[in-house]
Design a protein around this ligand. Sequence first.
Ligand code: ADP
Length: 161
Amino acid sequence: MNRIAIYPGSFDPLTNGHLAIIQRGLKIFDRLVVAVANNPDKVPLFDVDERRRMISEVVGNDPRVEVDSFDGLLVEYAKRKGIHRVLRGLRAVSDFEYEFQLANMNRKLLPDFDTVFVMTGEDYFYVSARLVREVARFGGDVTGLVPPNVAEGLRRKVQGG
Ligand code: ADP
């Protein structure tokens, strides 16, 4: 049996917290599609292509992982892909309420749709892409929070203004 799930997110940028969820997800699923959401309401630090490229550089060699992106509703993307399982990570209680709403809304939109939650380990429960962006913007050291290529990408963005 080939168990596949979509792991959707902004990934602006990919963090070691995301990577930990991908590694844990691969223990549950045979394959994962890491899907970068193109959210028109947010002005991202990295555009979708930059985010996809950085993710591919880190996990692209693993044949079990596909990197993709989507616009619009996740359930519509899931229908197009024929994949009705989604992987999400949980950090703290604060993630729970939003994730619970999202999972139930998605199931309302597509009844045969399930969200599988994986809890992060103690190493990354405080890591969010938003905080990483803020730390980098003010010249803080993001080593250990993101993969080396992302740290380099952040340095270039910050230097570029
Ligand atoms: P962020 O919340 O960091 O901006 P995304 O919107 O890209 O990240 O989130 C994609 C998914 O990854 C969400 O389910 C989110 O809860 C999860 N996630 C993000 N960072 C972590 C982390 N450090 N540990 C566990 N899950 C995480």
